[in-house]
Design a protein around this ligand. Structure first.
Ligand code: SF4
Length: 321
């Protein structure tokens, strides 16, 4: 069982034991707060119907529905619902509760604002993976320069080629061109991508971008719940097309087919899963088109005979062939 999961389950159990979770917490009759076992909990958009995107949740009989316009008024089960990332909730005691500052909320807010940028104040746990010497979670001020972040994570022995800065659905950026990007909401939006989950996936020159995209699309094809045609069919077709390009069996018109498929899916589905699988397609082709075309022209992955073979390893995010 992964360490992070063990800690999460342990913390939830401890909270139940101390009376912070469960029935009648703080001794208040009827004040019940329960936490679902995280791996079984459906996504917020799907929780109301008890269906979710992954096959595990699908098997449990769940599908996503459109997000309510105002969950704070009417969300889960038609009740007022707070939807926040865990990281937001985790920081609240430090900001508004003045945690560690004698309960002084003003001091907590000032402390939070002393980090980050004016528009994106505070800290963020960035999860850095891929081609860095010391991958891990780094809590850093929002607005940290990408290049400084990667050096903090140990740097790397070969030149970097690309980075996905905000989790798998964020648009890819070229390296080293993007090393000066400010890793905050505005900076990444300005760079044409997003901070998303702050999951930073780093790729060096040995990575085949076509293969990395194929790996991402395998995930999305697996996770689509199948309700909307552009997503159900689009994820499967995109996975197959990119797989054949990577194997050297692609056609030049495949690139237009992929981009057309993305155009027809974005904004036309119940949830934002269509955007999540289309943004990687669009950005990988926009920034690395020459690599896709080389696969098709040479009828093989050109990196296998080049830097990738010399490095003697598989690409980050590379899927099985
Ligand atoms: S966009 Fe995809 S995951 Fe979301 S509801 Fe439609 S089919 Fe399901």
């Amino acid at each position: 069982m992964p360490l992070g999961y063990q800690r999460l389950v342990g913390a939830v159990q401890e909270a139940y034991e101390r009376g912070l979770l469960g029935k009648g917490i703080f001794g208040i009759d009827g004040f019940d707060v329960e936490i679902d076992d995280p791996p079984r909990a459906p996504a917020p958009t799907s929780a109301a119907k008890r269906r979710g995107c992954s096959p595990r949740w699908r098997a449990a009989g769940a599908t996503p529905s459109s997000s309510p316009l105002s969950p704070a008024v009417s969300g889960l089960f038609g009740c007022p619902t707070v939807v926040n990332n865990v990281v937001t909730i985790a920081y609240l005691p430090y900001i508004f509760g003045g945690f560690g500052r004698g309960g002084d909320a003003e001091a907590g807010i000032a402390w939070w604002r002393s980090h980050g940028t004016e528009k994106s104040p505070g800290l963020m746990p960035y999860s850095i993976s891929g081609h860095v010497r010391a991958p891990g979670v780094y809590e850093l001020p929002l607005g940290t320069r990408l290049g400084d972040m990667l050096e903090l994570a140990g740097g790397w022995e070969r030149p970097w080629k690309a980075v996905i800065p905000g989790g798998s659905s964020a648009k890819i950026l070229r390296l080293p061109e993007s090393l000066d990007v400010s890793m905050d909401f505005e900076g990444l939006m300005q760079a044409g991508t997003m901070l998303g989950s702050a999951g930073v996936i780093v790729m060096d020159e040995t990575v085949c971008v076509v293969d990395a995209l194929y790996n991402l699309l395998r995930f999305y094809a697996h996770e689509s719940c199948g309700q909307c045609t552009p997503c159900r069919e689009g994820t499967g077709w995109a996975e197959k097309i990119v797989a054949r390009i990577e194997k050297g069996q692609g056609r030049m018109e495949d690139l237009d087919t992929l981009l057309g498929l993305a155009d027809r899916a974005i904004g036309k589905t119940i949830c934002v899963f269509a955007e999540a699988f289309c943004w990687p397609i669009q950005s990988c082709i926009a920034l690395f088109r020459e690599e896709f075309e080389a696969h098709i022209r040479e009828r093989r992955c050109p990196l296998r005979a080049g830097p990738r073979a010399a490095a003697g390893e598989r690409a980050v995010g590379a899927g099985a062939h």
